[in-house]
Design a protein around this ligand. Structure first.
Ligand code: ZN
Length: 87
């Protein structure tokens, strides 16, 4: 049985009292505010700061999608093909 979503909705991060998010696939509860990850053991969230996993301070950047919307429909590059001369 998965963790009761109603229970998850009641939980807050004990470290910063921020909102948490239950990752069912990984069986962890992640604080969306500070990033601490709390384990879920036997479908019981362990909301203890000392049990929590801290996000790695370096090199743990998830793909920050900073997509620049470039309106580049200017397909004007015509590459001349077959420019090889063989004599
Ligand atoms: Zn937190």
């Amino acid at each position: 049985m998965p963790v009761d979503p109603e229970l998850v909705a009641l939980l807050v991060c004990p470290a910063c009292h921020g909102d948490i998010e239950y990752k069912e696939r990984r069986a962890v509860i992640v604080c969306t505010a500070c990033g601490l990850r709390y384990p879920v053991r036997d479908n019981i969230p362990v909301m203890l700061v000392e049990e929590a996993e801290r996000p790695s301070p370096s090199g743990g950047t998830p793909g920050a999608a900073s997509g620049g919307s470039s309106a580049g429909a200017e397909g004007g590059e015509v590459a001349g093909e077959g420019g090889e001369e063989s004599s």
